[in-house]
Design a protein around this ligand. Structure first.
Ligand code: IPE
Length: 268
């Protein structure tokens, strides 16, 4: 039976977070190559990607993450959805160019949140996509919210919601840095990488992690680590690996479960 893997391409990896609406097309292309390689080995994938300098600046301007009520906030909600979709179109287009039958699964159309957390997500299209031999591609998006009107749902939230339901073998989070560091490695070259984070020691690690650079409405690396530690604790056997997406061979190997030393592994 083929292994199911959730793979996220982080917004900091596939966009230049310092420049609004700036995609790193060559990085997206090299990740698409790694994905094609992993798929040809028989791995079953759910791909997700972040929003980086597409969704985050607009979401910050309109305060979308904290709720949507006024007409101007609803305008922002629509504008964030559009920006997130623009990046998704680029990612899907690049995968199709490399022969990968990528198919969009937008959370804004399928999910409902409550108080900023995911409450429901229609999973049928995902199963249908796999059944048809397609690669489902979801992404950080806006969602209607029962309490707040609307909000933002990150890819990490989508994965945390879907993991207990779909039971992936691995979750691989590809970022701009080679794993989790005790300070921002772009600003502090001496920053130390955690090779492994034990989910039980998550709090101590969270205190160390540097703040994200650029506007990040969904909490950056700290939120990612917190959610993934919770997940690993509740799903024994699941491994989460956070690593750089800049080396396509390592990324392909990690998707296939063959690069245990790369980046940071979150273990129970
Ligand atoms: C953010 O999603 C979604 C929007 C701001 C629209 P993510 O949290 O998954 O994206 P990145 O990886 O931080 O960019």
């Amino acid at each position: 039976m083929s292994e199911l893997v959730f793979l996220k391409l982080g917004g900091s990896l596939i966009t230049d977070k310092a420049k609004p609406l700036c995609a790193r097309r060559e990085v997206i292309a090299s990740c698409a190559g790694a994905i094609a390689q992993a798929l040809s080995s028989g791995t079953q994938l759910l791909l997700g990607h972040g929003s980086g300098s597409f969704g985050h600046p607009l979401a910050a301007r309109y305060g979308t993450r904290g709720g949507v009520r006024s007409p101007s906030e609803w305008f922002g909600f629509a504008a964030v959805a559009h920006a997130a979709r623009l990046l998704n179109v680029l990612v899907i287009g690049t995968l199709l160019e490399q022969g990968v039958p990528a198919f969009p699964i937008p959370a804004s159309a399928l999910a409902i949140a409550r108080g900023g957390e995911l409450r429901s997500l229609e999973c049928r299209p995902l199963h249908e996509a796999w059944q048809a031999g397609l690669l489902p591609v979801t992404y950080g998006d806006v969602a209607f919210d029962d309490e707040w009107g609307g909000t933002i749902i990150s890819t990490d939230q989508l994965f945390a919601f879907l993991a207990p339901r779909l039971r992936p073998h691995r979750i691989v989070l590809a970022t701009d840095t080679d794993g989790v560091f005790d300070a921002d490695p772009h600003r502090f070259p001496g920053a130390k990488r955690y090779q492994q984070i034990r989910a039980g020691e998550c709090l101590a690690v969270l205190r160390q992690i540097g703040a994200a650079s650029g506007p990040d409405v969904t909490g950056g690396m700290a939120d990612k680590v917190r959610r993934m530690c919770e997940l690993v604790r509740s799903m024994p056997g699941l491994r989460v690996q956070i690593l750089s997406g800049h080396a396509p061979h390592v990324l392909a190997a990690a998707i296939m479960g063959r690069a245990p030393e790369a980046g940071t592994m979150i273990v129970p």
